[in-house]
Design a binder for this molecule. Structure first.
Ligand code: PLP
Length: 439
């Protein structure tokens, strides 16, 4: 039976049978027992499905991965130990030394560093493009060895909305998949596969968990990218120079570490997901613990309720900030005055997320005084939590930089990142008001 997202949040991934626990059990075991060595051998040869070692698969972790796959409408999902690992695996599963990929330049700082610095050390080059450039300008950056395009549905911390449909078409014109980090929007507000994205990633640390209890990530595959023919299934695009160039040998050619098995031939639409587990998890091992997967699942059970409340509260707070004489500027795509409002309405008509960026009039010191005078709104580096929290990059994550250096890094010295929680919005506004009066 086809289910709505609210029902999947609660029931997805785990269906207890007679006498089994109603709540998803924590299979806190590294390994699983078999009765004959042949049974075990078939698992190692990927001939049969089953559990043998938690680095590769665990029933608790798998149940939660299935729930996230269902929420996104994907064919497969792999949970990772962090959002960083998810973004690394999503790209590294199809890129190797000598390859290149393109990303929107306004992505989360950790991902920016991963792509621009660390992956470069592995021989994988990344070009950062401004999504506001014209198609023509961006398409100049595609090369014969380009393997994917990457962007965030809602960028952290800027709050810019990524034009998924436009970039999916562009990526597909060049025979490569579009990978979208859907952390801030969550599948409750946006399902990138419905707009042509091929792979979705998450930092599940954020709204999916929502209670600041576990660090985790997820990679979801739509199953819609035809790796052998370098095209999005069903999209009738004229063949490109890149098509048929054997762009994805890791998926389309025999894997010697698996007895010459070819993932696309053996697993069809599950090729990308199977390779990610069988190769990357086997060799790099960034698995979440069963305990963390359990905690994530508790968060997912109320995702649909929390996300709606985050958005309702954030919209009211953004409108209040925009009218506030102490505030210099507000960036929230839910505001009609925002540059990305039309895109926000197209992709996320039911709401965006709880994260707002704004600038307080005055100096860096005024922003610090405002933050120090907050009552229950807490200063943390985290976002997307049930509790309202705040961060001032100029005095925290980027504190070593001068105002000029900050501007060069694209961070306004007065930028305050406010992650609106699910408390009473009246109390959130009252706390902001009293702290501003003391700043
Ligand atoms: N992607 C986005 C959009 C993020 O905001 C973050 C972290 O803030 C990450 C990925 C990295 O996730 P994690 O902190 O779980 O490694």
């Amino acid at each position: 039976m086809k289910k709505n997202l609210d029902t999947i949040c609660i029931h997805g991934g785990w269906k207890p049978r007679k006498g089994e626990p109603q709540q998803l059990p924590i299979y806190q075991s590294t390994t699983f027992r078999y009765e004959t060595s042949e049974q075990m051998a078939k698992l190692f040869d990927l001939e049969e499905e089953g559990y043998f070692y938690t680095r590769l698969a665990n029933p608790t972790v798998d149940a939660v991965a299935k729930k996230i796959a269902a929420l996104e409408g994907g064919v497969g999902c792999v949970l990772t130990s962090s959002g960083q690992a998810a973004n690394f695996y999503a790209v590294f599963n199809i890129c190797q030394a000598g390859d290149h990929f393109i990303t929107s330049n306004n992505i989360y700082g950790g991902t920016f560093n991963l792509f621009g610095v660390t992956m470069k050390k592995l021989g994988i080059e990344c070009t950062f493009v401004d999504p506001d450039w014209s198609d023509e300008r961006i398409e100049q950056e595609f090369r014969p060895n380009t393997k994917c395009f990457f962007g965030e549905t809602i960028s952290n911390p800027g709050g810019n909305v990524f034009d998924i449909e436009r970039f999916a078409r562009m990526a597909h014109r060049h025979g490569v998949p579009l990978i979208v980090d859907n952390t801030f929007a969550t599948p409750i507000n946006c399902r990138p596969f419905e707009w042509g994205a091929d792979i979705v990633t998450h930092s599940t640390t954020k709204y999916m968990d929502g209670h600041a209890t576990q660090v985790g990530g997820a990679v979801v595959d739509s199953g819609n990218f035809d790796w052998d023919n370098c095209q999005h299934i069903g999209e009738a695009l004229p063949p490109t120079e890149e098509a048929g160039k054997e762009a994805f040998p890791g998926l389309c050619e025999p894997d010697e570490s698996y007895h010459g098995l070819t993932y696309t031939k053996a697993f069809g639409k599950m090729a990308y997901t199977t390779k990610l587990v069988a190769q990357l998890m086997r060799d790099l091992g960034s698995i979440p613990s069963p305990q963390n997967a359990f905690l994530l699942n508790l968060g997912l059970e109320t995702l649909h309720l929390r996300v709606a409340r985050h958005c309702e509260n954030a919209q009211k707070v953004a409108e209040w900030l925009e009218q506030n004489p102490r505030v210099a500027w507000v960036n929230y795509a839910g505001l009609p005055s925002n540059k990305y409002h039309a895109l926000a309405q197209k992709y996320m008509p039911n709401g965006l997320c709880g994260v707002i960026a704004f600038g307080l009039k005055g100096t860096r010191e005024d922003a610090i005084r405002f933050m120090d005078n907050l009552d229950f709104i807490s200063i943390v580096t985290h976002v997307a939590d049930a509790r309202t929290c705040v961060l001032h990059p100029a005095s925290h994550t980027h504190r070593q930089l001068s105002d000029e250096q900050l501007r060069e890094a694209g961070v306004a010295p007065d930028l305050v990142r406010l992650s609106v929680g699910i408390e009473s919005v009246d109390d959130i506004l009252a706390d902001l008001q009293q702290a501003m009066e003391k700043a």
